[in-house]
Design a protein around this ligand. Structure first.
Ligand code: ATP
Length: 599
């Protein structure tokens, strides 16, 4: 019952993919019917040939007709095959475009909780399976029953007894084929699932390729991939075996019908209930049925296979989009350049937030005015989470975050993000070249002053010395440049957006202390007219901040200048690893004392 509901649902989904192609679909169906119809006329012409032969009449007319019918059939077959392929590819294109739009429109948490490989296999692999299913189902699947029905009508006009035999045999083979088709469906779904697993394993290993190599785990990863590939292979072979069984069952029905019709028909012809030419025509129709019946078997198999693909594609199509904005209760000021005094300001007001029902932030209240505010705290306290909430990758559970006095949830998400600049922890680069990576996501990329941005982050002397300058390729995933250079490029990109609020998540952690200080000084200069909220574990950055907020236990434990917190807060001292390191003369004295005491 559930299976049946699944099939009906899947058919409806498949039908929905043809939304703007219904006219093309109807033409295709018509073409298929005409092409099948031409073949349907052949046995009748053969009967005319036999009758004329008996009567000693000329055979030229019927033979010419047979040639015309065959030629027409060939042309129509070529045309319908080509158009079907085109139609199928259009479906794949439509579905892929829909999926990509869905994925990119989904929330950060929705996307991050699934393996990347799973998305890839659904968008590339499952949509390809879908192509055969849609064309098979909607064109062949619709034309074959109509063709069979037409043949049955003609066969009924020739002999009802023989027809009853064919229908009974056909019915029996349908029951047997259904059993095999269920096995095709189950095995195909399993094969596609394991294929998704293989993509995930490979994707994971490729992303962390250096770690895999350095850990010497190539063999381990290979085994995992082999297991997934092997399981997919075994399931696909099982599906193939069941498919072959479906084909044989369908053909067996026709073959048995042919033999029984031949025997019973011969008896009826002998008794005079049937002419010889009728029997030959009827037998030709039985042979003719092999085509549409075989097609039905193929459509059944491909539908069983496609059912799993439809489900997997559908799951992605139903990914929830990012939650909407609340209706504004105050005048929208999202596109304004500043709050009070024209200065941008950010405020976290009793913010509560947790993952999977586990509270993480428990009433964070913090004013982040113009200038540099640094967020420090033990690992896992929720510093990155605070930045995510400002970007509205997720919304607060309780409390509010205000930008220029307006609750973020009342600001259009796109407008909000246009006012923010964000450098995430691993600072990925998107763009083939240095210039493209810096211009990425900048509202006016052509007018952007890439050189100035590169100067600000201290990269211009390096880039200008490269043979291809800003057109130098950065390599996929930015592998052709160092981690520190990548981070500087990411900061340059964020600055080029000219954001009101700049969010930096350990964005300079891979730089040496001197370069980090220089870069952060440049950022601080820029912070004169914007809010900069930076997560860091480094004293170099904290020392430059207008204020430091220490996050601990889900709350703000202390706010102040770096020096104040150093002297007043033990946790802060521990976190920034500021050693109570004695000066050189003191160290000498200490060593002297230890030597003396050892004596
Ligand atoms: N998408 C998520 N789903 C479930 N838990 C999450 C998710 N993101 C973060 N967490 C959990 O929330 C906690 C805080 O994570 P967060 O990255 O905000 O900490 P952090 O203070 O920035 O840490 P670090 O200094 O190590 O980068 C961690 O325990 C983490 O496991």
């Amino acid at each position: 019952m559930n299976d049946q509901r699944g099939r009906t649902g899947a058919t409806r989904v498949l039908w929905s993919y043809t939304h703007d192609m219904r006219a093309a679909l109807m033409w295709l169906l018509l073409l298929e019917l005409v092409s099948n119809g031409a073949a349907l006329a052949q046995p009748l012409v053969v009967r005319a040939v036999v009758d004329r032969l008996g009567a000693g009449e000329s055979l030229v007319g019927p033979v010419v007709l047979l040639v015309v019918i065959a030629a027409t059939g060939l042309v129509l077959t070529w045309l319908s095959t080509y158009l079907m392929e085109r139609f199928g590819q259009r479906i794949v294109l439509t579905v892929r475009q829909r999926l990509v739009r869905r994925i990119l429109g989904a929330s950060v948490s929705t996307v991050e909780e699934r393996p990347v490989g799973d998305f890839l296999s659904r968008v590339s692999g499952d949509t390809t399976v879908l192509r055969h299913t849609v064309t098979g189902m909607l064109v062949h699947g619709a034309a074959a029953p109509l063709t069979i029905a037409a043949a049955v009508v003609v066969m009924a006009s020739i002999d009802l007894v023989l027809l009853a035999i064919v229908v009974a045999m056909f019915g029996l083979s349908m029951v047997a084929a259904k059993w095999a088709l269920d096995r095709v469906g189950r095995a195909s779904e399993e094969a596609q699932g394991h294929l998704g697993g293989l993509t995930s394993v490979l994707q994971r290993a490729l992303v962390a390729f250096r770690t895999v190599k350095a850990s010497g785990t190539e063999e381990w990863e290979r085994r995992l991939a082999d297991e997934a590939a092997g399981s997919s292979y075994r399931a696909a072979v099982r599906a193939g075996r069941a498919e072959a069984t479906v084909d044989v069952i369908a053909v067996t029905g026709i073959e048995l019908s042919f033999i029984v019709v031949l025997v019973v028909g011969a008896a009826r012809a002998t008794s005079g209930a049937l002419t010889l030419s009728d029997l030959i025509a009827f037998l030709l129709y039985v042979v003719y049925l092999r085509g549409p019946v075989g097609t039905l078997a193929m459509v059944g198999s491909s539908f069983a296979e496609g059912l799993a693909a439809v489900r997997r594609v559908r799951e992605l199509e139903l990914l929830p989009a990012e939650a909407g904005d609340r209706p504004a209760t105050t005048a929208p000021r999202a596109e304004q350049n500043g709050g009070r005094n024209g200065e941008p300001s950010l405020r976290l007001d009793d913010v509560w937030f947790g993952y999977q029902g586990q509270p993480l932030l428990r009433g964070v209240t913090l004013d982040v005015p113009r200038g540099l505010t640094v967020l420090v705290g033990p690992s896992g306290t929720g510093k990155t989470t605070v930045l995510s909430l400002v970007e509205r990758f997720a919304d607060v559970d309780r409390g509010r975050i205000l930008l220029d006095g307006v609750d973020l949830r009342e600001i259009d998400r796109g407008a909000l993000r246009r006012r923010l600049g964000y450098v995430q922890q691993d600072a990925p680069l998107l763009g083939d070249t240095i210039g493209a990576a810096v211009r990425y996501g900048v509202p006016d990329p052509d007018g952007a002053d890439v050189v100035e941005a590169l100067r600000t982050v201290g990269l211009w002397s390096w880039v200008s010395g490269l043979p291809s300058g800003v057109d130098t390729p950065v390599g996929e995933r930015g592998v052709a440049i160092s981690g520190g250079q990548r981070q500087r490029l990411a900061v340059a990109r964020a600055l080029l957006r000219d954001p009101a609020v700049l969010l930096l998540d350990e964005a300079t952690s891979q730089l040496d202390a001197r370069s980090e200080r220089v870069l952060m000084r440049a950022v601080v200069e820029q912070a004169a007219h914007r809010v900069v909220l930076a997560v860091t574990h480094r004293g170099v950055v904290a020392g430059l901040a207008d204020q430091v907020a220490l996050l601990d236990g889900g709350r703000v434990r202390a706010v102040g200048r770096h020096e104040e917190l150093l002297s007043s807060d033990t946790l802060y001292r521990e976190l920034l690893a500021v050693p109570e390191f004695p000066s050189a003369p003191e160290r000498g004295k200490r060593e002297e004392r230890s030597v003396i005491s050892a004596d």
